[in-house]
Design a protein around this ligand. Structure first.
Ligand code: JD8
Length: 389
């Protein structure tokens, strides 16, 4: 990824020479270039600001130096590629992990660091209309800084660490706060007793299923205590509601299942998947023999899960999330809902998935499920179980 930053305080960005981002630059994973806006002025005082039209306090950044600086940056790339321009501002769209993931998919980002009262509004129009750039105004948070540099430092770090190869063990990205809508679990290292305080026993047990389950509960408890808004967070326009499925849901449900299991068929390179072969009538009939829940957002069916009892085992299946909403925690929510509806007497939860369904396996392992050597329903599938706590 290439990153260009324009600022009147280029030394402010020296922190990007350090640590993970600095190493990623040395390794050629990130190509970060910092430009001094004053290099694009032509008067003796290298002027970049002037008084605001309409009066008022402070100064405004002049358009011409910005036009030349951005033109200079864009001209450095080959004509077919243009950077996505990110301009920090207190009135911008909130910077989130979801936006960080989005920006991390871009090959080229440019950042414009404003100062004073901000940048002349015509620079944004010029960048969009004349330079043809996608321009995003982004805010770090609901407080006031003196300029954009601090925001750019935070955004470049949050985005840069998501670029493949920048973080050595990509696995560690998975369980982070805000990655799946939950805060992190508490962490400990040696000594096992410090200052009269012990490390929680479960972490010394070697029982990975119990450790995963304990960590999951800690994440839920912390999120509920510190960020209850995250637990109820809507993932876009409108809350997602989980309700018991009815016959009226069947057409949409069958459609969603087909879409999701085509994904599974591609991931596992097989069409021998029962869920993929369920017809409309099969789905309708399943409502009579199992308990199915559907998730709707703004009226659209975006997820579902099916549960059935087998002795003291609560089998969870047909867990699916609309492709455009995957990776945002809805699958975890549906799984928790399915577990929470288990009747008395249930001692274990079980489920099947494809041996090559990496995202599903990651979700289930994180929720405390473990592989069993039970014979899977079809070749290429695996069975996972979790003891009910
Ligand atoms: C860019 C100039 C200062 C802002 C008059 C103070 C981001 N979360 C955030 N808070 N503040 C900024 C931010 C502040 C900036 C600039 C970003 C450029 N200022 C101005 C308006 C009020 N002064 C930010 N991201």
């Amino acid at each position: 990824m290439r990153i260009d930053v324009v600022s009147i305080f280029p030394d402010y960005l020296a922190a990007l020479d350090l640590s993970l981002i600095g190493k990623a630059r040395q390794d050629g994973l990130l190509d970060v270039r910092v430009h001094d806006l004053r290099d694009h002025t032509h008067d003796r005082h290298r002027t970049v600001d002037d008084t605001p039209y309409g009066g008022g306090a402070g100064m405004v950044m002049k358009p011409q130096p910005w036009a030349e600086a951005l033109g200079h940056v864009v001209a450095q790339g080959d004509p077919s590629t243009k950077p996505r321009l990110v301009v920090p501002g207190p009135g911008g769209q909130p910077f989130t992990q979801a936006l960080a993931r989005e920006l991390a998919r871009e090959p080229w980002l440019a950042f414009a660091c404003g100062r004073y009262e901000g940048i002349d509004e015509r620079v944004y129009e010029h960048a969009r209309e004349d330079l043809g750039l996608e321009v995003s105004v982004v805010s770090l948070g609901d407080y006031v800084l003196n300029g954009g540099e601090v925001a750019v430092l935070a955004i470049v770090e949050a985005v840069g660490r998501l670029v493949p190869g920048v973080i050595g063990n990509a696995e560690s990205l998975v369980e982070e706060s805000h990655e799946d809508g939950l805060l992190e679990y508490p962490i400990y290292t040696k000594p096992r007793t410090w200052n009269g305080r012990d490390v929680p026993e479960v972490l010394l047990s070697g029982n990975h299923g119990a450790i995963a389950a304990w960590r999951h509960e800690q994440r839920l408890a912390r999120t509920a205590a510190r960020r209850p808004d995250l637990l109820h967070a809507s993932h876009g326009d409108g809350d997602i509601e989980i309700t018991a499925a009815t016959a009226g849901d069947v057409p949409e449900l069958a459609l969603l299942m087909r879409a999701c299991w085509v994904q599974e068929a591609l991931a596992n390179d097989t069409l021998e998947i029962p869920a993929l072969r369920e017809s409309l009538d099969d789905v309708r009939a399943s409502l009579d023999t199992t308990r199915t829940w559907v998730a709707r957002r703004a009226g659209r069916l975006v997820g579902a899960v099916r549960t059935s009892r087998h002795g003291d085992d609560w089998h969870i299946g047909r867990l699916c999330v609309a492709p455009d909403l995957q990776g945002r925690g809805l699958g975890r929510r549906l799984l928790e809902h399915a577990e929470s509806t288990a009747p008395d007497g249930i001692r274990t939860f079980s489920l099947h998935t494809g041996a090559k369904s990496a995202d599903n396996l990651r979700l289930y392992k994180k929720a405390g499920y473990r592989f069993t050597d039970a014979v899977p329903p079809v070749p290429g599938a695996v069975t996972l179980v979790k003891r009910r706590r």
